[in-house]
Design a protein around this ligand. Structure first.
Ligand SMILES: *Cc1c(COP(=O)(O)O)cnc(C)c1O
Length: 409
């Protein structure tokens, strides 16, 4: 049997749909962000990153890099095992304390990624609640969808951000049945935000638990960087807050924050936590340095917003079809997977700008886009360069401008 033919066929299917992904071979250089080096068969070339989720450049912050390097030198590279077997290394204990405090919760639990935090967190919480009904926003991230599936509980999907639909489903379930509402604060592809207060009002009325993914908001919003819920005064109303340490915090890992008993129950029951080696001490120390820094410093958030505002204004002045939103994510709509890939390729080859095309299944077909993420390090010259480059690419391919693209009203 030629097993490889099945893999080849699977790849051909992706290629024929123009969904096959090629990853750029990049080397980020401390001190030069968002400039990076791209390795190609023809040699190394400089590129400017415009799609990093290291939203604040914290991955290169001297305190964060020093914490990682110094801790590795003192405590070694790896954690040495699962926490069940090898115990907690000290930086992860400190990290969890700081995360809990930052979110105003009794406890926090670090996990090896935000993905695992969602998958293990949602499935474990729902399994521990007898006959739990999970109510999940239609726009939720794959890690939440997989967590909902793994719970093996009844689930219903409510239309994205639709409080009327959510209330209908809650009312049908009744007040007495355990219910878990799972949703995000900042949705990463459209950059829109969830109606957190509205969801919490309904949760209170129908006695449901609330679980919010703040992956694209922690570090970035709120006066302590605790997220969008902090920014709008909803943090105390949400039962479980999930976040990542790998995006705006610039390190790696994920976590849950909530009541002491909930966090202890997840720690004690979640296989995705129990059976996996802990994050390395250096990684925990780097995350800790970043969380601490962003809990007091407002500079990064202020400069980030400035760069986002400037980028949106520059792109709007060229008539580029942005999806309007109130956050830091700048989606520029293309609406076709082949053109989206071609636009991305041309930006890279002709203009030295790296923006990965966002195609199905990450977004719905027909809403393919370039997802641009300005950082505090994208200055006015870089923003002007981006606007010129996009303008040229849009003209070259005859792409729709603002007002002509259906998806961009
Ligand atoms: C990236 C992402 C995750 C996963 O977090 P990682 O730390 O990268 O594993 C979870 N939720 C959302 C919405 C994400 O975009």
């Amino acid at each position: 049997m030629d097993y490889d033919q099945f893999f080849t066929r699977a790849l051909e299917a992706l290629k024929s749909e123009r969904r096959y992904r090629v990853f750029a071979d990049l080397e980020r250089v401390v001190g030069d962000f968002p400039r990076a080096i791209r390795h190609t068969a023809a040699g190394a070339q400089p590129v400017i990153l415009w799609c990093s989720n290291d939203y604040l450049g914290m991955g290169h912050h001297p305190d964060v890099v020093d914490a990682m390097a110094n801790t590795a030198r003192r405590m070694g590279a790896g954690a040495g095992g699962t926490r069940n077997i090898s115990g907690n290394h000290h930086p992860i204990v400190e990290l969890e304390q700081v995360l809990a405090t930052n979110h105003g919760k009794q406890a926090a639990l670090a996990m090896n990624s935000g993905y695992i935090a969602n998958w293990a967190g949602i499935s474990t919480i729902a399994k521990l609640l007898p006959d739990c009904l999970i109510l999940s926003d239609a726009g939720n991230h794959n890690s939440m969808i997989e967590g909902v599936r793994a719970a093996g509980r009844e689930r219903v999907i409510f239309r994205h951000n639709d409080l009327v639909h959510l209330e209908e489903l809650l009312a049908r379930a009744g007040r007495d049945r355990p219910k878990l509402i799972v949703f995000e604060s900042v949705y990463s592809m459209d950059g829109d935000v969830g109606p957190l207060h509205g969801i919490c009002d309904l949760a209170k009325r129908y006695q449901a638990m609330t679980y919010c993914d703040e992956v694209h908001a922690v570090g970035l919003y709120g006066s302590h960087g605790a997220g969008y819920a902090e920014e709008i005064g909803a943090m105390g109303r949400i039962d479980v807050i999930q976040g990542t340490l790998g995006k705006a915090y610039g390190a790696h890992g994920g976590y849950l924050a909530g009541s002491a008993s909930l966090i202890d129950a997840v720690r004690s029951h979640a296989p995705g936590f129990i059976f996996s080696t802990a994050m390395p001490p250096g990684v925990a120390a780097a995350a800790l340095a970043s969380v601490r820094h962003l809990a007091s410093s407002q500079d990064e958030r202020r400069l980030h917003r400035l760069a986002v505002g400037r980028t949106k204004a520059a792109l709007a002045s060229r008539g580029l079809p942005m999806l309007a939103n109130e956050t830091h994510i700048v989606p520029v709509m293309v609406g076709d997977s082949a053109l989206c890939k071609a636009a991305s390729d041309r930006l890279l080859e002709t203009h030295g700008i790296y923006i990965q095309p966002i195609n199905y299944p990450t977004v719905a077909r027909g809403t393919e886009r370039l997802r641009i993420t300005p950082t505090p390090f994208h200055d006015e010259a870089l923003i002007a360069h981006l606007a010129d480059a996009l303008d040229e690419v849009w003209s070259h391919f005859g792409l729709d401008r603002a007002g002509t693209a259906a998806a961009a009203e």
